[in-house]
Design a protein around this ligand. Structure first.
Ligand code: ZN
Length: 180
């Protein structure tokens, strides 16, 4: 569990708030408390549901049990080159032998010509990481999470990830999410 410094949208209610991470999701304080209770005290949740007449049915089987991403992970770093001979470092974080996150960086981070390429590569690695956490950790995927990763990949206004997230934002249907 760690706090992210910036105010962003909660994966639960969609409100802008100071977020705390849990199972790869980022929650506002209210949603975090609810999620905490749901995962740590399932019996209490059942009982409270009965008491308040708001019992919700859980699936018969195949209960969703995501693996928690620990604060410290082993990573393997690969040095590689693209077709223009720029050197890149690709790190793969592993959990019990499974790849759960991938990052790429370059020594030429300030090179203006590489800015758009860096943001595109960041987009790719952020989205792959989202998929890897889904595949290997059981993290639930949502459109909002996809948009969040696109926005975080953007380095300049109207670069490719910014452009894509703007277009896809039109499909955020729930009206409480309509904050531009
Ligand atoms: Zn929330």
């Amino acid at each position: 569990m760690k706090k992210t410094a910036d105010m962003e949208l909660c994966d639960g209610c969609g409100q802008s708030a100071l977020l705390t991470e849990k199972n790869g999701n980022e929650f506002c304080p209210d949603c975090y408390k609810v999620a905490e209770v749901l995962s740590s005290k399932p019996d209490l949740v059942k009982k409270l549901g009965k008491l308040t007449g708001r019992e919700f049915k859980q699936g018969e089987k195949g209960e969703h049990n995501p693996r928690e991403l620990p604060d410290v992970l082993d990573a393997v770093r690969y040095r590689t080159r693209d077709r223009e001979q720029n050197t890149w470092y690709v790190s793969v974080s592993e959990m019990e032998g499974d790849p759960v996150e991938i990052f790429a960086s370059t020594a030429f981070d300030r090179d203006q010509h590489l800015q758009s390429r860096i943001s595109n590569l960041t987009t790719i690695t952020r989205l792959i990481s989202l998929i890897l956490r889904h595949v290997f950790l059981g993290e639930v995927l949502t459109l909002d999470k996809t948009l969040k990763q696109l926005r975080r990949s953007s380095r300049q206004k109207n670069d490719l990830p910014d452009m894509l997230s703007t277009v896809l934002s039109n499909y955020r249907s729930n009206e409480m999410y309509n904050d531009g």
